[in-house]
Design a protein around this ligand. Structure first.
Ligand code: APR
Length: 267
């Protein structure tokens, strides 16, 4: 089944001219950054601090910063992997329109995608921003200040709360980013969704919008997702193993072994 799904995904990607990439934390695990909902993911060891709690409680802000500063070294030293490189290859072929990511690690840009082609739905952990005046400091500086005892750093300009420039549960996403992501999804001829459990909204509605607008939808993920049923093709596997093969315009369609099974298609 996997060989047939791979061959079908390759064929869809090769035939597409305006591809939108959509990624989740699963594309960065092979760079050493844990995802959220796998057994060893972030939520297995950290409780969620909502935006409301961050605003209302000093203890909440201290816990949120503790979690972020603990995760920063792995983020900071992470380098892009074969999955990120596969999207750069699509860009090199001139067929990747927009890359919509839920990830905050900046690895798509570090892999070589132009920053203006990457939509970071959930912000970036590479900076901290003041919630009052939007003054920004680097994540390195924020981590230094927390390590030096400023457990819930304040803005040095206006005294407002400093917070990593990521979107927390309960916090509004940036409207322009969300609008651009849905517009790109509705204009593409193929959406390639990689490494996401597709359970968080509004992000998970972006691949859905592409499919409902008539685009093909290829999902590459280790586990099943709620959108598998509407996908054109689902490729179950490790991203670093399968994605380079799917986007390689030179790769021929390997013979599907006799008795190859039709990919999981919708009606
Ligand atoms: N290859 C293939 N799939 C993988 C790999 C891998 N190397 N590593 C992880 N996965 C899969 C997991 O099986 C899981 O289904 O990637 C998916 C990651 O899902 P989540 O951990 O839920 O991450 P994501 O979908 O990005 O979460 C969305 O939720 O917690 C919030 O804001 C956070 O942006 C995040 C959002």
């Amino acid at each position: 089944m996997r060989a047939r799904a791979l061959a079908d995904a390759r064929r869809l990607v090769r035939g597409a001219r305006r591809i939108v990439g959509f990624t989740g934390a699963g594309i960065s695990t092979e760079s050493g950054i844990p995802d959220f909902r796998s057994p060893d993911g972030v939520w297995a060891t950290n409780r969620t601090v909502t935006f409301q709690e961050f605003l209302a409680s000093e203890a909440g802000r201290i816990e949120y910063w503790r979690q972020k500063v603990a995760a920063w070294p792995a983020m900071r030293k992470a380098t892009p992997n074969a999955g990120h490189a596969a999207f750069v290859e699509l860009h090199r072929q001139g067929r990747l329109g927009t890359l919509v990511t839920q990830n905050i690690d900046g690895l798509h840009q570090r892999a070589g995608l132009p920053a203006d082609q990457v939509l970071e739905l959930h912000g970036t952990t590479r900076e901290a921003a003041c919630l009052r005046c939007d003054d920004r400091i680097s994540a390195d500086e924020a981590a230094r200040r927390v390590a030096a005892g400023e457990l819930s750093p304040r803005c040095r300009d206006c005294g407002g709360f400093l917070k990593p420039a990521t979107i927390s549960f309960g916090q509004s996403l940036t409207p322009e980013v969300v609008t651009a992501a849905f517009e790109a999804a509705r204009r593409c001829d193929l959406l390639l969704a990689v490494g996401s459990s597709l359970v968080v909204e509004p992000a998970a509605s972006i691949p859905r919008a592409a499919r409902l607008a008539g685009a093909g939808l290829v999902i590459v993920n280790r586990e099943a997702t709620p959108l598998d049923g509407m996908a054109t093709v689902v490729v179950r596997g490790e991203i670093g193993e399968v994605l380079p093969d799917i986007v390689d315009s030179r790769s021929s369609d390997r013979e599907v072994p006799e008795g190859g099974v039709e990919p999981e298609r919708t009606a």
